[in-house]
Design a protein around this ligand. Sequence first.
Ligand code: SF4
Ligand SMILES: [Zn+2]
Length: 520
Amino acid sequence: MVKPVFLGKLVLHWCPACNVPVLDKKCACGNPATFVNVTPPADIRPAFPYDIDRINDVSRQQFGKKLIADGEIAVYNKAPYDDRMEEIICGGEIIGTIRFEIDKIKWVLLPRLSGARRIFNKEGKEKDPDIEQNLKNWVMIHESAIPFVAEGSSVLVPGILKTAPNIKREDEVVVVTPDFEVVAAGRAKMSSEEIKTSERGKAIKIRWNQKNETTRNEAAEIIPKDNEKAKEMPPREIWKKVIDANRHVIDKFEADSVLFMQNAAKNMNKKLTCSYSGGKDSLVTLHLTETAFGKNSGNEKEYDIIFSDTGLEFKETLDNVKEIVEIYNKPLKEAGAGNTFWEEYEIYGPPSVDNRWCTQSCKLQPITTVIETNYSKEDGCLTFIGQRQYESKARAKSQRIWKSPSVSGQIGTAPIQEWTAMHVWLYIFDKDLHYNPLYEKGFDRIGCWLCPAASLADFENLKITHPESMEMWEEKLVQAGVEKEIENPELWVKYGLWRYAELPPAMKKLADEKGVRYKK
Ligand code: SF4
Ligand SMILES: [Zn+2]
């Protein structure tokens, strides 16, 4: 199990009056907002229409009905797990979790009680006489078993009245009363067939039960009406009311960052630069640089945009960099690693999370080249960088201003160090900034496309968005597996085991289960 880690304050609140997320104790409408207790580090962000479509597809497959309305405001919170896992927050509550289960190579939805009630309860037997056929993965228990299951006890076979057909072992299931009221949610340890033909046994292991439930909240339990126009609306329009509710937060974060940047520039008296990568954090940092030093700032100063190309950038990222440079109309200073990755690949083979040999040659070297060829050693430069404390332990520990360890004369600064991804997105929507389109296709981080630090869920997504690149990469990886004399190299690639030089315990278990063996 991966442990949660605190990297910054937990800032997610919800205004019950406006029914929107607020990054403060108070909503702009004047009402107090309720704290939402999400799992740290709590780098919350908006769920994009793409994310909501995925949640609803998975919900329909598993339970026969969608979970979230078109145009509904939903927040994602990336929680620690072996692969990607997101808590889903609607109506001020975590209504469930969606996670990518590596052994099944698929996304699985784990509803909490409020999420389960969205799918099951409100239809009710009266409203939908065919509810038993229309919904999937439910287990109906006897009245006498309800108090025990509601307290968290497992569902035993004798306590079961009937079940939906086709439940398989390890499916997520919802436990209901004879009136289809939700009692609990958990995981099937027996299939519906096994339940039917057995007299005893533990059928369902309960994950969520009424005992751990705090107060109930209608806004989280009822799917609102679909917004008919939502499919054609850009996310910034859907999120307009959230921006209004957070107006004071957005303005304050902007003002603090701009003041910090202006002070840093005054104290340092160096050539100003802003590092741009094609990602959301550097986009906000660039816009803040323009706000602090552009024509309308009242404090005009020249600055350069710097970009270093690892040679493994998405085409969408390279296009976005070009477009952004045109929009901001500032000199671009760039350097690239060119074909270095593929040349060194011939020597070292695929990089892994514990052997990132490419960092030096593809990432650090081009950055050093940009700085050294454009700024003198004596004068150096001051670089605004879109680094945030919520991203990692190392970044949480970092100062807001530091001397570059690799390039003499360069001072790095992090104007958005204390922003969560939600602050970043609200700012992007509010200012209508030109962000990388990949964020609307299920990516939540944008860097080298084949990075071993990416999740298997991201690689599965790549098969859809960039099939040719993935085909080429998988072929190369299988070849590398053959050269390493790994038994079942295709499975070594399929389950993402190539990403580790030394397998962590969960991956070691998976390798054993799937028959992937390494030559000692
Ligand atoms: S981000 Fe990943 S792929 Fe890119 S240089 Fe670093 S380790 Fe290598
Ligand atoms: Zn409000």
